[in-house]
Design a binder for this molecule. Structure first.
Ligand code: PLP
Length: 374
């Protein structure tokens, strides 16, 4: 039987088995609504409180600064829209041109409502230069939102420096850390940031759940109106099972972080060395500061889309551009913004390795790429 190789961990990850086990009681037996006052709901209420504490501790926040959402897309939309509507005087938002569509499309929404948005260019490695932010920042800027790690090329931004610059002109700073949380140490207080988006399914948690860190006293309006859940800022009955699963998955990932990172970096190096050994010509996109395992490769004279399907036939799952829009065969905005030629951009695939990948997986990928490309 053909061996399946999953190498698209930036799109989603396998659910942590302990997270799954921890979720089960809240679906089957302790299914009480955490907002109800009777004793049957106590277990759910306690789980909600403890999960919030666990997650807060994982990123150096206080529990009341963690707001549960349905995932990265919702957290990002909440930040862009909830922040825009919070101050009628300071109207400008600054973001980067290589953000995920959850940020870019939310920005397009507020632009249609008359709120100006600036999209900062990046250098060929996908980095937002501090100088560029300095040049565009004004007293009228309300929010600066720059992603911590890019989903397509893995580039990690110098968030602390960018955040300090934003604060120097009184702007709020948000980072979309969906690709980073659970994969690197993050301390929101030492970074100094005001908001951070995260999504559980990127760190071996369940899909459809995430959180938004909002530093105490940050100006933001509620995003979903209704009941009083999440301090009245995000209405809707809490998804206790998924929240519990997310907390367990994040804690587990972080408690093995150093060994996971060492393992993934070793696999990454094996892949790059193997490509050189097999004399396969490629360009690697992104920066030397990147999320471990996020490997964006461009091959000249190749169609990324065709490569993806041929690898798929061989049992290997990778992505072209961003997994969230893999049906779209347009050249990705990220590859365009880093200045990659159209030809190379079209021949680009993203291999994203995770903690469950093995050396054998890399050998299978290398042998498949060699067969297809040569
Ligand atoms: N932001 C980034 C950087 C992402 O990579 C993704 C998903 O790929 C999202 C936001 C959206 O997250 P979710 O799938 O939880 O809605």
């Amino acid at each position: 039987m053909k061996r399946m190789v999953y190498a698209d961990n930036a799109a989603t990850t396998q659910l942590d088995i302990e997270a799954f086990e921890a979720m089960k009681p809240f679906l089957l037996t302790d299914y009480g609504n955490a907002s109800q006052p009777y004793s049957f709901s106590r277990t759910a209420k306690r789980a909600l409180k403890e999960s919030r504490e666990t997650i807060a501790k994982c990123i150096g926040a206080s529990p009341e600064e963690i707001y549960f959402t349905s995932g990265g897309t919702e957290s990002d939309n909440w930040v862009i829209k909830g922040s825009a509507f919070s101050d009628p005087l300071k109207r400008r938002t600054i973001t980067s041109a290589i953000e995920h569509h959850a940020i870019l499309h939310a920005c397009a929404d507020i632009e249609r409502l008359g709120y100006p948005v600036t999209y900062l260019p990046v250098n060929p490695h996908g980095e937002v230069l501090p100088q560029t932010l300095h040049e565009w920042l004004t007293d009228q800027t309300r929010l600066v939102s720059i992603m911590l790690a890019n989903n397509e090329i893995g580039t990690i931004q110098d968030i602390k420096t960018l955040c300090d610059i934003a604060h120097s002109k009184g702007a709020i700073f948000h980072t979309d850390a969906v690709q980073a949380v659970g994969h690197m140490h993050i301390d929101v207080k030492s970074l100094g940031i005001d908001m951070l988006s995260a999504s559980a399914h990127k760190f071996n948690g369940p899909k459809g759940i995430g959180f938004l860190y909002i530093k105490n006293e940050t100006a933001i309006t509620s995003f979903i109106s209704g009941g009083k859940q999440e301090s009245g800022l995000r209405a809707g009955t809490e998804n206790i099972a998924s929240i519990v699963g997310m907390a367990v998955a994040l804690k587990n990932n972080l408690s093995h972080l150093d060994e996971n990172v060492a393992h993934i970096k070793k696999l990454e190096q094996k892949l790059i060395d193997g490509l050189h050994e097999k004399e396969i010509q490629f360009v690697r996109n992104g920066s030397s500061m990147h999320v471990p395992g996020n490997i964006s490769l461009s091959f000249d004279n190749c169609e990324g889309e065709a490569l993806l399907h041929r690898l798929d036939l061989m049992g290997i799952s990778v992505s072209t551009g961003s997994a969230c829009n893999s049906e779209d065969t347009q050249v990705s905005h990220v590859l365009q913004e880093i200045g990659l030629s159209d030809r190379l951009a079209r021949g680009t695939i993203r291999i994203s390795l995770g903690k469950t990948n093995t050396e054998e997986d890399i050998e299978i990928i290398l042998s498949a790429l060699s067969k297809i490309i040569k």
